[in-house]
Ligand binder design. Structure first.
Ligand SMILES: [Zn+2]
Length: 254
């Protein structure tokens, strides 16, 4: 059974950035695991939380509900500092992620690009940089000794990307997309998953407007691929349930 590991920064990133694709893959014979690096305690929108600990607790419950809707089999929150990922110990955190990659042996890793995805949030960019290092370090004994888990080369690393940054977000230079997932049939599940994040309710109108205007596609950039790959000319559109077949085809040597 193919395995997909998704690395995000905050509870709600899984729905907002990858939700349609994950919903289209969840329950379709793909095992999905999410590692969310922070508890989201620095969010501007705090719901009824009186302090950071309460917000972390509320958001953990919201994330669990979102994962259920999206068909994510297993998720964990690492509780690194929210709005502080740029200051975490890079070697220690990337090594810890690399160990997870070695132990779980995913076929595909999803992350946001170093620019920080559509919103340009520095935590998103750092989550992407840490996941990228983990992707490569998992395959190299020079980077992380194979004391506990043997080296493993995950075949694919895809960055969530887009055609343009979100309106009212800082302008970012996105990595040009190679792949478009047609999430039309799963848009409502993506919306429902995002709406599980009740503490972030002030974001819902903007999110729903985005989904209504051009939200029927989730775009990806091939950040790393198996050998003998040629980048397709133009953006390839695929239905999420066909994603692994498409990558399998694309992976065959030419
Ligand atoms: Zn986020």
């Amino acid at each position: 059974m193919p395995r997909l590991l998704c690395v995000t920064a905050h509870p709600d990133d899984e729905a907002g950035n990858f939700g349609g694709t994950l919903a289209g893959l969840g329950g379709q014979g793909v095992q999905i695991r999410l590692i969310c690096l922070t508890g989201g305690e620095a969010a501007r929108n705090r719901g009824p939380a009186a302090n950071a600990a309460e917000l972390i607790q509320l958001r953990a419950g919201e994330l669990a509900a979102s994962c259920k809707i999206l068909g994510i089999d297993r998720h964990e929150i690492w509780n690194l500092p929210d709005s502080g990922l740029t200051r975490v110990d890079f070697h220690q955190t990337a090594s810890r992620l690399a160990q997870q990659v070695r132990e779980w042996r995913p076929d595909l890793l999803f992350a946001m690009g170093p620019e920080g995805g559509l919103t340009g949030h520095p935590d998103h960019g750092m989550a992407g940089l840490l996941a990228t290092a983990a992707f490569h370090w998992a395959a190299s004994e020079r980077c992380v000794p194979a004391a506990q888990a043997p080296v493993f080369q995950c075949p694919w690393l895809l960055y969530g990307s887009g055609r343009q940054p979100l309106p009212a977000s800082p302008a970012v230079q996105l990595s040009p997309p190679d792949l478009a997932c047609d999430i039309g049939p799963w848009v409502e599940r993506k919306r429902a998953a995002f709406h599980c994040h009740h503490t972030q309710a002030p974001l819902f109108p903007r999110f729903d407007a985005y989904l209504a205007h051009g939200g029927a596609r989730e775009y990806y950039h091939f950040a790393a691929a198996p050998p003998h790959r040629e980048r397709p000319a133009g953006v390839v559109t695929v239905s999420p349930p066909a994603l692994f077949d498409r990558l399998g085809e694309a992976a065959s040597p030419r």
